[in-house]
Design a protein. Structure first.
Ligand SMILES: NC(=O)c1ccc[n+]([C@@H]2O[C@H](COP(=O)([O-])OP(=O)(O)OC[C@H]3O[C@@H](n4cnc5c(N)ncnc54)[C@H](OP(=O)(O)O)[C@@H]3O)[C@@H](O)[C@H]2O)c1
Length: 266
């Protein structure tokens, strides 16, 4: 799908991959709808894009409350914004804690933000795409949505769910002009580890070596946009072990499981 003059709704637009998606897609001529919780940050980012607030929109929302009210709220914005051609379900939050230590509420929050948030945004925006027989849903899952490692049982559960949801949605929308693309990034240099939840649901507030040494966010986003233009179905983006892990797991599952049991991937 071409990007020029398309309207692209991006969740998690205030930081990391979402912020870089705003920059690179706006530079290619897209109009962006920026969503996340931090309104002031979104406004500053929108102002910095070509055309500023006359060309782009800021719609603050909280994916942790992904219910019918969110769906109605998002659909209510369409009267002002007009047709949304591409939805990027990017907003998300990670985890760094062992299952045995972790509060049940942390599992619920990871599922709500990462999975239900994506489902609710899709519920809001897919019907108008189907009625136009044209559109694209992009969901940012993770390599953690393809393989399991220590410290991420809630995050992986939610990201595996995103992969399954997108596989089913792709099958249901293929004949109706709507393309579904799943992105599985490995370790990318963003604030994901700093914001990751600990066992009691607070941000761990420290970075991880895997993220510090990960792929630059600019390169990751270039690959995401290439996958959008080429209408790919599912793409793994990462360097080193994080990029190879799904292939190792697929062809050598026993080996992968042994590595996973011995490694604390931080
Ligand atoms: N970086 C990696 O290594 C990596 C790897 C695999 C997958 N991913 C996925 O990539 C996506 C983007 O993450 P990132 O790496 O860019 O991390 P990030 O820098 O921490 O950005 C996360 C974004 O999600 C938003 N967000 C978090 N909770 C939210 C909520 N309750 N409601 C609405 N927005 C919320 C944040 O905005 P506010 O705080 O303003 O709400 C922020 O814009 C996530 O889905 C993540 O799981 C990242």
């Amino acid at each position: 799908m071409e990007i020029d003059n398309k309207t692209v709704w991006i969740t998690g637009a205030s930081s990391g991959i979402g912020l870089e998606l705003c920059r690179q897609l706006a530079a290619k001529g897209a109009r962006i709808v920026l969503s996340a919780r931090r309104k002031d940050t979104l406004v500053e980012i929108a102002k910095s894009l070509p055309g500023g607030l006359t060309r782009h929109w800021v719609v603050p929302l909280d994916l942790a409350v992904a219910d019918d009210t969110l769906v109605t709220f998002v659909q209510g914005q369409l009267a002002e914004i007009g047709p949304v051609h591409i939805l990027i379900n990017n907003g998300g939050i990670s985890q760094r804690s062992l299952f045995i230590d972790t509060d049940l509420s942390v599992y619920r929050k990871l599922m709500e933000v990462n999975y239900m948030g994506s489902v609710a945004m899709t519920k809001a925006l897919l019907p108008s795409m189907l009625s136009r027989q044209n559109g694209m849903i992009v969901s940012i899952s993770s390599v953690a949505g393809k393989v399991g490692t220590k410290l991420r049982s809630g995050y992986s559960g939610a990201k595996f769910a995103v992969v399954g949801f997108m596989d089913c949605l792709r099958a249901e929308t293929a004949e109706h002009g709507v393309h579904c693309l799943t992105i599985c990034p490995g370790s990318i240099q963003t604030n994901i580890a700093i914001n990751a939840l600990n066992a009691s649901g607070d941000a761990q507030n420290k970075n991880d070596d895997s993220i510090i040494n990960g792929m630059a966010v600019e390169e990751c986003v270039r690959d995401i946009i290439k996958a959008m233009i080429n209408e790919r179905d599912e793409v793994v983006i990462g360097k080193g072990f994080s990029g190879l892990a799904p292939t190792i797991k697929r062809f050598f599952p026993g080996l992968f499981n042994r590595i996973s049991a011995k490694t604390e991937y931080r």
